[in-house]
Design a protein around this ligand. Structure first.
Ligand code: ACO
Length: 339
């Protein structure tokens, strides 16, 4: 039970919202491109040149999304020195929840002992972590909550068709987390832009498993319980919407591309990142990239990259960071943060 009430909505000026801690977790098991050569008709060279991916991590059978989310959350809490009872809200962004319900966030709550938190999940596929960031930002800046834990976590290996070379080479498992708070007289989130286009629902989806197409033995046979993707179309839309969204967020922040110290993009494909770098007129060394080691971990990807960039010192206090993501829906989002 809640032991203290959160502050009520008020007419006070909006507060700056800072990321006060980050954490991430990847499973131990490494699946390399060479391993995939033994599973489908592919080659390390094809995967590296078309995607930039060399290897990815695969969770154990008994390791669910909330288990990975919990490990990432505990790392963020330790770094931020935040006790579980201080957390007012937990938002987990995922396309692969432990169960349809209850929310994966509730399992994380139980495991970390955040007894005072409200919990829910966000469904925005790979864009979910920045959707969660914007929701958290709204709650904190308007004085509703003080401390919000956001997590991007996915176990895509459970919805990957391991016989389809078009998709199985792309994905991996993992989780990333961030704790957000108002830190008076500090830097923080400057602007966020979110967008969606539901006319493209069919180019990236898992057709089976929901109310439209409940799972039956027949449609499992047709692999409708796995990711279906029109790769080329997704690629085109990703480049356009990430660039447009980032440009809008930068405009709202009153900044130009050359002001940005580090871009942390969704880690789907190196060629998508190179294409947006080209449009932005930025050199590739401004981009933080770890997809070579982890592949596309969906909602976890940008959160894991942010944590790595933070822990390795790639981003420093005062730096301007641009986070930009893209995913099924289609959905996209960008955030400009002064670290
Ligand atoms: N190994 C070898 N050959 C392959 C493989 C593979 N793993 N996969 C496809 N091919 C073949 C195809 O069958 C095709 O052969 P064909 O010419 O004989 O028909 C050929 O390679 C070229 O295929 P394309 O689809 O044209 O390859 P492309 O250069 O477009 O690359 C890719 C495919 C990597 C999927 C690319 O389109 C892409 O990255 N799209 C975006 C995907 C993405 O980012 N998805 C996730 C975003 S959102 C989220 O994260 C959930």
């Amino acid at each position: 039970m809640r032991t203290s009430l959160p502050p009520h909505r008020s007419n006070k000026p909006r507060r700056t919202v800072s990321i006060v801690g980050t954490g991430s977790y990847v499973p131990e098991r490494v699946l390399t491109n060479h391993d995939l050569e033994k599973m489908v008709d592919t080659s390390d060279q094809w995967i590296r040149t078309r995607t930039g991916i060399r290897e990815r991590r695969i969770a154990k059978d008994d390791e669910a999304t909330s288990d990975m989310a919990t490990r990432a959350s505990l790392a963020a809490m330790e770094q931020a020195k935040v006790a579980p009872e201080e957390i007012d809200l937990i938002i987990v962004a995922t396309a692969t929840p432990d169960h349809s319900f209850p929310a994966t966030a509730c399992f994380v709550q139980k495991k970390i002992g955040a007894i005072n938190a409200a919990c829910f999940d966000v469904s925005a596929a790979c864009s979910g972590f920045l959707y969660a960031l914007e929701i958290a930002q709204q709650f904190i800046s308007t004085h509703v909550y003080n401390t919000v834990l956001i997590v991007g976590a996915d176990k895509l290996s459970t919805i990957t068709d391991w016989t389809d070379r078009n998709t199985c080479v792309l994905f991996g498992d993992g989780a990333g987390a961030a704790l957000l708070r108002n830190r008076p007289d500090s830097h923080g989130v400057i602007s966020t832009h979110m967008g969606s286009d539901g006319t493209f629902t069919d180019i990236l989806m898992m057709p089976g498993g929901g109310t439209r197409c409940p799972i039956t033995p027949e449609n499992i046979h047709e692999r409708l319980n796995t990711i279906h993707m029109a790769g080329k179309e997704v690629y085109k839309q990703a480049v356009t919407s990430m660039f447009n969204s980032a440009t809008r967020a930068l405009h709202d922040a009153g900044l130009r591309y050359e002001d940005i110290d580090c871009v942390i993009p969704h880690q789907a494909n190196l060629r998508i990142i190179e294409a947006i770098a080209d449009r932005m007129g930025l050199p590739m060394d401004k981009f933080y990239i770890n997809l070579d080691r982890f592949g596309n971990t969906s909602a976890a990807a940008v959160a894991m990259a942010l944590d790595e960039a933070h822990r390795t010192g790639r981003i420093q206090i005062g730096d301007y960071i641009l986070l930009v993501v893209f995913g099924g829906g289609l959905t996209w989002a960008s955030s400009v943060i002064q670290w």
